[in-house]
Ligand binder design. Structure first.
Ligand SMILES: Nc1ncnc2c1ncn2[C@@H]1O[C@H](COP(=O)(O)OP(=O)(O)OP(=O)(O)O)[C@@H](O)[C@H]1O
Length: 633
């Protein structure tokens, strides 16, 4: 009876019946009843529930039963939240089985101690790891946002032999791993899991269907997500929300709104909730649909009586800020029933940056610093902002504070999938734009130590997504990397730009590219892959733009700098490179212009001499590129 009450979460009845049984001495509790009452008691008596039952267990002499010991340690880690005591009990257990290991690992991950969970996981003898045990670490990584680690454990699970043969992922494994795939953009692995579900007849229930919709949607396969959605017999609110969110996530505002309209047609089966409106508002933000966004926000409050949460406020401020409607955005902030968080002020700041609204930006950055004083990124933003306003004294004060307070800057990163491998593109290295794989820098997959064909090909795949070099590219890149000045003559469209892009990523310091036409440089800047941060300096720029680029250059945030010739020949510009940043490579694009057209077309081009580039700039080497070399040039 007690088991039945606990099973239906009627914990009060369960505890009352248990108390009656003990007080009236009807019968003595045994090893079967303690694990059950350990689930109900903490729910009713709260803080001391676990201790009370534990004391009875010790007195009754059942404390040596491994099933009871496991239940006690599980209760301490789950309800008592005394993970240290739980571990003590675990260490003292004479007869640990896979269930006790699983309970302890889940306990660690539940309180966010994933490191301890992993250490304990590795201590567990391999032969007895079963599927629920693997699930505990995979789910634990997921709960703590360690998506790539979750995938790694999943891979190990598949390839490691378990109890009585290979481990077979079950529904829990599959749901957790699909979610991790969605977060990391691992479409191929997600598809394989879909096939596994199909082959092993795991049964495409609503739970699995929703996980698939979410995974396909997050990975950008919206058509397949929709196909799974359409083939699911009875979709629920989560399915609708997933579809809306996926469209919103990929900037397809109309798609998201279309799904929402469809959802309203099924109003008798499903009603939108707060999550639905987050998706919708995000979709409106991406599409710049300010009026529609306002309409949905009102609809949420008036029609569906949903109290706005911090996420809804954040979306509204983002929507209005991006549209430059700062008064309205500030009205939303002032009207908030909860204190604005980093997302809200960050969204406002983003809008201010787009519309160059420096006064409000200053307020937003100050609020961000108040909320998170340890994030040095905010102070750096404030310093940059003061720089833009010409408040140099303030710049100096903020920079000084930044140096004094050992503040950190949160590195950003994103995930890409190359050849079934998940790779991280981020700026957490010494120089931004470096690429990381699971072990470390992919930019440094030995390329910096060894520019072997293999390593270069790997970098090409990761940075540009191409599977092989075209004629002449590899040779040119290797020459440049070995520090040899090179003249590269390849036909138009043959991929000459890649011959400096890849070395720029590999070489330390900065690569300067000079071209006779600003338009050409703008095109090339746009073509740089995301892993290679670039900048442009030319005379037609606004002074603020130029000073921003110079600042980024000095902070080491630019790997390829496109420079117009007149700038290039300016002594002040050259003097920037007398210390850091180091110039590793100078690229002279359309090099035939130097001798052929320069007299009437771009006179300054003629003055680009090796002595200037190698001598005054201290450049490592020069790469001159052209498609139009004649005997004369
Ligand atoms: N190894 C490669 N595999 C596939 N595509 C490539 C490769 N290398 C370059 N490309 C692509 O070829 C196209 C032309 O490259 P790029 O603009 O560098 O040519 P170019 O030689 O500089 O031409 P131009 O002389 O006209 O400026 C680009 O879209 C580029 O991404």
């Amino acid at each position: 009876m007690i088991t039945a009450y606990t099973a239906i979460s009627d914990h009060t009845s369960s505890v009352l019946l248990y108390r009656k049984m003990v007080r009236k001495n009807y019968s003595k509790p045994n090893e079967f009843i303690f694990p059950i009452i350990l689930k109900s008691c903490p729910k009713v008596v709260e803080r001391y529930g676990t201790q009370m039952v534990h004391a009875q267990i010790v007195k009754s002499g059942f404390g040596q039963y491994s099933v009871v010991q496991t239940a006690v340690l599980d209760a301490y880690s789950r309800y008592g939240v005394d993970i240290v005591l739980a571990r003590k009990l675990f260490d003292e257990m004479s007869d640990r089985n896979v269930v006790s290991w699983t309970a302890m690992i889940s306990g660690y991950t539940r309180v966010g101690e994933v490191g301890n969970a992993v250490l304990l996981f590795e201590e567990m003898p391999q032969g007895i790891r079963d599927t629920p045990f693997w699930n505990s670490i995979i789910a634990g990584c997921m709960q703590n946002g360690l998506f790539s680690e979750a995938i790694e454990f999943f891979r190990r699970m598949i390839f490691e032999e378990g109890v009585g043969g290979w481990n077979r992922p079950n529904q829990v494994t599959v749901v957790c791993t699909l979610s991790a795939c969605g977060h990391c953009g691992m479409l191929q692995l997600g598809k394989s899991i879909h096939a596994y579900i199909y082959r092993n007849a795991l049964g495409l229930n609503l739970f699995l269907a929703n996980s698939l919709i979410d995974m396909y949607g997050k990975c950008g396969s919206l058509k397949i997500a929709r196909m799974v959605f359409d083939r699911t017999k009875k979709v629920n609110l989560t399915s609708w929300n997933s579809m809306i969110n996926c469209f919103a996530l990929h900037g397809q505002s109309e798609g998201a709104i279309g799904v929402f309209d469809e959802m309203l047609l099924h109003g008798d089966e499903v009603k939108p909730d707060g999550v639905t409106f987050i998706g919708l508002l995000n979709a409106c933000t991406h599409g710049g649909l300010v009026e529609q966004g306002r309409h949905y926000y009102e609809m949420m409050i008036q029609e569906y009586r949903i109290e706005p949460q911090i996420e809804h406020y954040g979306c509204m401020v983002d929507l209005l800020g991006r549209a430059g409607q700062f008064e309205e955005a500030m009205e939303v902030v002032k009207g908030m029933k909860i204190p604005p968080d980093e997302v809200v002020w960050g969204s406002l700041l983003n809008g201010c940056k787009i519309h160059r609204c420096t006064d409000l930006a200053e307020l937003a950055v100050k609020k961000l610093i108040e909320i998170n004083p340890n994030n040095g990124g905010y102070r750096a933003m404030l310093a940059n902002l003061y720089g833009d306003l010409g408040k140099w004294e303030e710049v100096w004060k903020v920079r000084k504070l930044l140096n004094e307070e050992n503040a950190y800057k949160t590195p950003g990163c994103s995930w890409i999938e190359v050849d079934n491998q998940k790779l991280r593109v981020g700026n957490e290295g010494k120089e931004s734009g470096e690429i990381f794989d699971e072990e470390g820098l992919v930019g440094e997959i030995g390329v910096r130590n060894e520019a072997s064909d293999d390593n270069l090909e790997k970098s090409l795949k990761i940075t540009h997504g191409y599977s092989s070099f075209r004629n002449g590219q590899l040779e040119a890149i290797k020459m440049v990397l070995s520090g040899e000045s090179t003249m590269l003559v390849l036909p138009t469209g043959s991929g000459k730009s890649l011959c400096y892009q890849l070395p720029a990523l590999v070489l330390p310091g900065v690569t300067l590219v000079v071209s006779p036409l600003v338009a050409l440089m703008i095109d090339q800047l746009k073509q740089l892959p995301p892993a290679i941060p670039g900048g442009l300096l030319c005379s037609s720029q606004m002074p603020e733009e130029a000073s921003k680029t110079l600042r980024s250059l000095q902070e080491g945030a630019i790997k390829v700098l496109f420079v117009s010739t007149e700038r290039f020949l300016n002594g002040e510009f050259i003097s920037i490179f007398s210390g850091t940043p180091l110039v590793s490579l100078v690229v002279v694009d359309e090099a035939h212009c130097v001798s052929e057209w320069s007299h009437n077309f771009q006179p300054s081009y003629k003055r680009l001499r090796a002595s200037l580039l190698l001598g005054r700039l201290n450049a490592g080497c020069i790469l001159a590129m052209t498609a139009a070399a004649t005997t004369k040039t």
